[in-house]
Every structure is written in C-alpha cells, then in structure tokens.
Design a binder for this molecule. Structure first.
Ligand SMILES: *Cc1c(COP(=O)(O)O)cnc(C)c1O
Length: 404
C-alpha cells in the first residue's frame, strides 16, 4: 500500500475507487503482498525445508486459503469448522495438523476419518479419548503432544501461550509420562512434539530458549520424534517503531537444534503470512469535539476489528488522500458501537479530516475479519482480493435480512 499522486493505493487500485464501488467498511487484501510473504517465509528457513501449516484461525476466508494452498502450504486448524474449510479449500489432509485444548469427540472422529497428518493433543484426557476412538475404529492414529515449555514469549499477556500458567500443552512431568504411555499403546502412533508459545513475537530470544527446553526434554525421552512442530507466533511491524523479528537468528538456532535432534520441522504461521496483506477502509461519519476529548467517529467498529478492544492492539491509521494540513487537536478514532472499548487509537496532530473522508486501518489481514462479529446487529463487511488492477469480491457484505 502506498500513496500514488497523494492517493492511498493498494496494488493498482486506490481506496476512493474501492469505497465508491463497494461502500464501507471494506476489507481489502493484496494478493502480491500475500505471495511475497509466503516466498519470504520459505526463504527464511529454506535450508531445512519445513512443512508450513498456515494457521487458519488468522484468516478464514476460503479464497485466501485457496491462494495459500496454491503456494503449497498446509494448515493448522483448531476446530471442526476450520478443518472442514481447509479441506474444502483443497489442502491435502496429509498437510493438516489439529491443535487446541478442547477437541470434542466428534472433532477427533472427524479428524481421524479425514486422515490428517497429526492431532496435536494437549492433555492426558485427550490422549485417552483419541485412543478410545481409535480402538473403536481399529486404527492407529498419528498424534503429537503439545509441550508447554514455560517460556515467556515477551508479547502481550493475552496472546502469550507458553508459560506454565497458560492452559496450553502439558508440563515436563506429564510430557514424559505421556511419551511412555503412547510407546505402549496399540492405537496411538506418537510422531510429534509440538509447541506454540504465543503470538506477535518480535524478540528471537524466547524462541532460542524454547528450542533449548525442547532439546532437553527430548533427550530425556530417548524417543525418536519424526516431527517437531514449533508453532507460529512470528510478529509483524504494526507501527514504525516495532522492530522486526530477526529470522536469521531464529533460523540459526533451529539449525543448531537440528544438529542434535534429527527431525522434520513444522511451522504454524498465521499473522506473518496474512497480517500485513489486509486493510480496512472506513469512512468518517461524524467529527465530534468536546471540552475534554475529540472524536473521529468511523463507520468501522469493534465488531469489524476486535483486536484493539480485545487486547489493546494498535493499528496504524492512514488518510486515503494525503494533505499537508495538520489537525491542531488530539482525536480518538472510535466506532459507533455502544461500548467504551469501541475505539481504535488516539492520534495527536493527525492530518485534518472532514466528515465523509476515508481512512485506512492497516495490517488487519490476521485476526481481523476472523474475529469479527455481528454485535449491535451490524452486518459483516465485504471482503475484496486485489491483484494488480483487478478487484475480486471474495465475500459479500452481509445484509440486514441475513440477520433477522
Ligand atoms: C494461533 C496459533 C498459531 C498461529 O499464531 P500466529 O501468531 O498467527 O503465527 C499457531 N499455532 C497454534 C497452536 C495457534 O493456536
């Protein structure tokens, strides 16, 4: 996304044109950004060619998943719905891993019937449930065990998942017990150790720490894991201050790990594949100034983009037409929803805006639409895929009658 003749443009289409043709709020995704992200991700780890399983929960639009499938990626799913959409998008079940702390019996059955690569179990009870169903079906099922390495990912506490107080994975003691349990099971084929320590991670050091902890626990098992699934979590630069994750150092640490542990690496990236491909275009409905605060009231709200309300995440906002006139005041960018957390950001001396102007909320490709809701009975936004000067509607705008 860049300014061409002062107009904010995604690939070759400017935001004004999109808003005129499709109204607002509108989610737009850049095909070329998606392609570059996949190419770069592969390039960063090319020496050991990992299996890359896209974390479906970050963006559940089937057209986006189809494009990702064409680049050869598999999928990481966390529910029956996600497993169904991954298969419907054409992803080979042999490239699908299933994570999550609360898989139900019917989800496990479905995953077994679809012959996916791995069910990554997160508790003793789940292993036993998989074994029970496998026994009934007279099958031996490929599983992984999710290990909780008690590593601080140094990210927002709400999206940290690898510390001992988090609900995810099992601790050292349970892990060792479960490895022995699986060794003796006729219906469970333990093939993988999986971890996922959190999301929006920008410091490589927690990953190095995590690798050390995995190496240590594997050495205690004396078991050959065909796969080590390192999860996702690679952060992106949401603002200009955000430093970037040092992929070279992460790659180097994995290569060192692989010298000791002979295994195939799996990754489950979501945000790093789709985060920066998405933009939410929104229109200023009203500008409201008061003694204490000033508000830019947008037509996009927390139901469209939940991340700021859910965990205080910050998204950059850009005007669709650039000018040099600055506003003199500080404005809070808010939505129309009846909640005080329905606010995106506060900006001092933003470019002067008028009512009906358009703005772009940036980097909303991950956990944007997928976290959206119909709160306040607001229809969900339209989604567009932009490739050069072509615009494809990849999901229609919901209508009020769909909600009645
Ligand atoms: C959410 C999740 C991911 C993806 O995380 P990102 O930060 O989007 O890369 C990967 N694996 C598991 C198990 C997850 O829950």
């Amino acid at each position: 996304m860049k300014y061409i003749n002062k107009k904010l443009t995604i690939e070759k289409v400017n935001l004004e044109k999109i808003a005129k043709n499709f109204n607002t709020p509108t989610y737009c995704y850049s095909y070329n950004q998606l392609k570059n992200n996949v190419i770069n991700f592969k390039k960063n780890f090319k020496t050991f060619s990992p299996l890359i399983c896209f974390a479906i929960k970050s963006n559940t639009n089937i057209n986006i998943i189809r494009e990702i499938k064409k680049f050869g990626l598999g999928a990481d799913v966390v529910s029956m719905g996600e497993l169904m959409i991954a298969i419907k998008a054409g992803i080979n079940p042999k490239k699908i891993v299933f994570s999550g702390v609360g898989k139900t019996s019917s989800e496990i059955e479905y995953a077994i019937d679809k012959k996916i690569l791995l069910i990554n179990a997160e508790s003793k009870s789940e292993i036993k449930e998989i074994e029970r169903i496998a026994k009934l079906k007279k099958k031996k099922i490929n599983v992984g065990i999710r290990f909780n390495p008690n590593t601080d990912a140094k990210t927002l506490s709400q999206i940290s998942t690898g510390k001992k107080e988090n609900k995810f994975g099992v601790n050292n003691k349970t892990f060792l017990e479960l490895v022995n349990y699986c060794r003796n099971s006729k219906n469970i084929n333990l093939r993988c150790l999986s971890v996922h320590i959190g999301s929006q991670i920008l410091d490589f050091k927690p990953y190095v720490q995590m690798l050390k902890t995995i190496q240590n626990i594997i050495s205690k098992t004396n078991y050959k894991f065909e796969f080590v699934d390192l999860g996702g979590g690679m952060g992106i630069a949401y603002d200009n201050k955000n430093k970037k994750l040092n992929y070279k150092k992460y790659n180097f640490a994995i290569k060192k790990f692989l010298k000791v542990v002979k295994t195939k690496i799996i990754f489950e990236p979501g945000r790093s594949i789709v985060g920066d491909i998405g933009t939410l275009i929104s229109k200023v409905i009203y500008i409201k100034e008061s003694a204490k605060k000033n508000f830019i009231i947008l037509d996009a709200a927390m139901n469209d983009l939940m991340r700021p309300a859910l965990y205080g995440a910050a998204h950059k906002i850009l005007p669709s037409v650039k000018s040099t006139i600055k506003a003199k005041k500080t404005y809070e960018f808010v939505g129309p929803i009846c909640e005080s957390t329905d606010k995106f950001t506060t900006i001092n001396k933003f470019q002067k805006l008028k009512e009906k102007d358009l703005v772009a909320i940036c980097d909303v490709g991950a956990y944007g639409m997928s976290l959206s809701s119909n709160y306040n009975l607001r229809p969900k936004a339209i989604e567009l895929l932009i490739k050069g000067s072509k615009i494809k509607v990849i999901k229609k705008r919901q209508k009020h009658k769909d909600l009645m």
